[in-house]
Design a protein. Structure first.
Length: 115
């Protein structure tokens, strides 16, 4: 069994910063891609950023230049540094981890940006 524990969400004013973390533990022997998705109220879940095991990154256009994804392979942890936050970044952020045989999702952490 695999567990993903997310942390770092909260309430922040527009223009502020937050750093999300997601640590994977349990029966996960090898991790490929790690990523973050988000879902705002009334909207579908959407990609925020992905990072490969080798460190290559992909960002959604609406966060490029403001968010930075990184990972620590030794700790099976992925991070999302979010700067210059906007009200429209308000959402539940979900960690996503691709193992060798399955894809795992975290339970989500709420990010609220007040304008």
């Amino acid at each position: 069994q695999v567990q993903l524990v997310e942390s770092g969400g909260g309430l922040v004013q527009a223009g502020g910063s937050l750093r999300l973390s997601c640590a994977a533990s349990g029966s996960i022997f090898s991790i490929n891609d790690m990523g973050w998705y988000r879902q705002a109220p009334g909207k579908q879940r959407e990609l925020v950023a992905i990072i490969t095991r080798g460190g290559s990154t992909v960002y959604a256009g609406y966060v490029k230049g403001r968010f930075t994804i990184s990972r620590d392979n030794a700790k099976n942890t992925v991070y999302l540094q979010m700067n210059s936050l906007k009200a429209e970044d308000t959402a539940v952020y979900y960690c996503n981890v691709e193992g060798t045989k399955a894809i795992y999702w975290g339970k989500g952490t709420l990010v609220t940006v007040s304008s």
